[in-house]
Design a protein around this ligand. Sequence first.
Ligand SMILES: C[S@@+](CC[C@H](N)C(=O)[O-])C[C@H]1O[C@@H](n2cnc3c(N)ncnc32)[C@H](O)[C@@H]1O
Length: 223
Amino acid sequence: MIDAWWILAAIVLGIPLLVVLLHTAIRIVRKFHKFPIPQFLADLIDNPLRRRIQPPDETAVRHGLEPGMTVLEVGPGNGTYTLAAARRAAGQAPGVVGDGGQVVTIDIEPRMIERVERRIQAEGITNVEARVADVYDLPFDDGTFDLVYMIAVIGEIPEPERAMHEFYRVLSPSGTLVFSEVLLDPDYPLVQTVSRWAASAGFRLRKRLGNYFYYTLIWEKDR
Ligand SMILES: C[S@@+](CC[C@H](N)C(=O)[O-])C[C@H]1O[C@@H](n2cnc3c(N)ncnc32)[C@H](O)[C@@H]1O
């Protein structure tokens, strides 16, 4: 009987400990060696726990995305949040009226973009443009977007401050820049870290939602 208790205790304590150790090890490696995640991981992170913490439709609302907006998403992964953003921008989300919004999504990985394109075609969504592009050199005119957002991306970018200047450039004067992060992501950056990067490019914090485990930061131009 005692043995059974020891085994149960080892399982109950051991599995969370193993997960924390693995997460910490990946975090340390990623701190020194940053690269875009492989495509299969983009599917793995789109799981029920993640969708509970960051529900796709609700995340578009948290981001302040309104019907009719012109939106840039950076790093769509498998495109789940792109589809929700597109529905809201077009005024098709539950309880929303309006139309005409457009979502442009860019990713450095061509396979991610191909995946997103397949999904938007399968769902008959017409207000999304998916393009291969790098955050350091966005192929858009100054002031193009009302909203630039990214979810679990900025911690994966080797030179985030350089990227912030590009976000600033493509945003309209009244545009907003939004980051959503979740602690489950090994690249999760602290709020203070993102704040330092954003402030260095001339952004001022407009709104903060969430808590230590997951958060959304909404920034506006300060100058
Ligand atoms: C962790 S995934 C997040 C995917 C999705 N936003 C989500 O939350 O499920 C990060 C995404 O950022 C993309 N990415 C990484 N570096 C990039 C860069 N320099 N320019 C554009 N996209 C990049 C990756 O290819 C990947 O699709």
